[in-house]
Write a protein that binds this ligand. Structure first.
Ligand code: GLN
Length: 547
């Protein structure tokens, strides 16, 4: 049976619970344990799939097609363990399950209540796969004291109570604010947060204290005393210059040791931190810098393209170079010539997105990259817009466009080079969709195989002829335009196994111009950079050497 570590937060949100969980997972792996990381989110959306990237940041997609919280991306990047549908749940999903059971009559006429029906549903979720790994790390979203979070806190309290002693521990993250006027770190908010937690029956075993100042021994002792936590289990979490420093930084502060002590695992296996030392070596011993323009729509919020930013960093690490990404709002290029903006960059990336706003600007960015032979990486919508650009400007189809945008205005302005896919095969089963479908969970989601053309640029980069990558889109390049586009130099170098769905396009007569229908960024890790990102950055380095 797995040991459980429940991770909660207090005082303020955005303390980096996800990162702390991911780093702890990596440290337990370094000591030879197997781990599974999971996230329980108190919001009422059934999943984040329909939430705006401005509200919630990126939607992270798993191989098995779940649309999940971006913290699952951290978990994967730090542990290399592929996240699954059952690694993420929200209050909305829990209530949906409970209400479906109620409608089916599963509760045999009982009155349905938060305790025990909702809390039992949460505990059933927690029990999934509890024989599979040594540890399950379960992060509770939000902050202790939030109304929505209460059923989750009650459920983890019950869960720990029902399991054998010593099988579950609680780790709580708080903030120690620095008061400049008196030159002191303040422990009172942490004391209050722990008091709140204890009032609902949860006593933390480990406290992780975020602060931008070192914690003096005196303060550490005070926190331990007032919060009823051992002094060695009060862990300082200083601000870091890179998130990838977290495993080594937490190790130095004694986090993994405190966790193993709390479980009374003695003697603790010695950690092998070689993987993380190498990651830090690559980050800190980078030579030179490449500038990459990311021409997108959700540019005000860094988290909206979290995995892309991380995958570019990994690409830089693979080439021992620093990547400086710059986010440019695609709409600017609808009013202004892109040249003065884009000519200072060594490569251009157009990421995924939804809706028409900014797409004409993305098309102009693709055109600029193609004509000026600057490396271009189009991801999902970025690939679709590169195909529209080639159709308009190379294959003589001035009205080429995507049905996605016609659908929004209810007209047919465009020749639908990108069309709404209504039927496809997944795992030998036919999936059917209609324009009337709900928006949530109805896209082509999760891992699909693509066959790569021999001799193509991508087959070379992947060193393979068959790949599996994660998808999240409703629209596709219509294969009926393949011949017309190939005649004009756009090569369809990756196709679905049945040959119906274009997965990758590339411009043959160009140093690096690749569009992919999937999201390769989701699978990149600091210790295993994705080959497309590693090679894209390599191409950018070459451009930087020429100028
Ligand atoms: N909006 C496009 C589609 O649904 C692209 C989606 C994306 O970039 N993830 O097909």
């Amino acid at each position: 049976m797995a040991r459980y570590i429940f991770i909660t937060g207090g005082v303020v949100s955005s303390l980096g619970k996800g990162l702390a969980s991911a780093a702890l997972g990596a440290l337990l792996q370094a000591r030879g344990f197997t781990v599974r990381l999971r996230k329980l989110d108190p919001y009422l959306n059934v999943d984040p799939g329909t939430m705006s990237p401005f509200e919630h940041g990126e939607v992270f997609v798993t191989d098995d097609g779940a649309e999940t919280d971006l913290d699952l991306g951290h978990y994967e990047r730090f542990t290399g363990v592929a996240a699954r549908k059952t690694d993420s749940v929200s209050s909305g999903r829990i209530y949906q399950n409970v209400l479906e059971k109620e409608r089916r009559g599963d509760y045999l006429g009982k009155t349905i209540q938060v305790i025990p029906h909702v809390t039992n549903e949460i505990k059933d979720f927690l029990s999934i796969g509890d024989n599979e790994t040594d540890f399950q790390l379960c992060e509770i979203g939000g902050t202790v004291g939030d109304i929505e979070g209460l059923p989750f806190f009650e459920a983890i309290r019950q869960f720990a109570q029902e399991r054998p002693r010593g099988q579950c521990i609680f780790m709580h993250l708080t903030l120690l604010p620095w008061i400049a006027a008196s030159g002191e770190l303040k422990t009172k908010p942490t004391q209050h947060s722990v008091k709140e937690l204890r009032s609902i029956g949860i006593a933390p075993d480990v406290l992780v204290c975020r602060s931008d100042h070192p914690i003096p021994d005196k303060e550490r002792a005070k926190i331990a005393l007032f919060c009823n936590v051992r002094e060695e289990a009060v862990i300082a979490a200083p601000d870091l210059s890179s998130i990838y420093e977290a495993p080594l930084a937490y190790h130095r502060q004694g986090l993994d040791q405190a966790v193993l002590d709390a479980f009374q695992i003695h003697p603790a296996p010695r950690p092998n931190l070689g993987r993380w030392e190498d990651v830090i070596d690559r980050l800190t011993h980078a030579e030179g810098e490449v500038r990459i323009a990311i021409v997108g729509k959700y540019t005000q919020l860094g988290d909206a393209y979290k995995s892309i930013a991380e995958a570019l960093t990994h690409g830089g690490m693979a080439n021992r170079v620093r990547v400086r990404p710059e986010w440019i709002d695609a709409e600017i290029f609808e009013r202004e010539d892109p040249s003065p903006y884009l000519e200072i960059f060594h490569a251009i990336l157009v990421p995924g997105g939804f809706g028409e706003r900014g797409t004409e600007g993305k098309i102009r960015a693709a055109q600029f990259a193609r004509e000026h032979k600057i490396p271009y990486f189009g991801i999902c919508l970025g690939m679709q817009m590169a195909v529209v650009e080639a159709a308009r400007n190379l294959a003589g189809m001035p009205n080429a466009g995507s049905q996605e945008f016609d659908h929004e205005v209810g007209a047919t302005r465009f020749e639908p080079v990108i069309f709404h896919l209504k039927e496809w095969i997944k795992d030998n089963q036919k999936i059917a969709r209609s324009v009337l479908d709900d928006k949530g969970g109805t896209m082509r989601l999760g891992a699909y195989t693509a066959c790569l053309k021999s001799g193509s640029h991508v087959a070379d980069i992947y060193e393979s002829h068959e790949i599996a990558e994660r998808h999240r889109h409703r629209y596709e390049v219509d294969v009926k335009y393949r011949e017309a586009l190939e005649k004009h130099g756009l090569c369809f170098s990756g196709m679905s196994p049945d040959g119906r769905l274009p997965e990758i396009v590339e411009v043959a007569d160009h140093p690096w111009f690749i569009g992919v229908q999937f999201h390769p960024e989701l699978k990149s890790k600091p210790f295993a950079p994705h080959p497309l990102f590693a090679d894209f950055v390599r191409a950018a380095v070459e451009v930087s050497r020429l100028v």
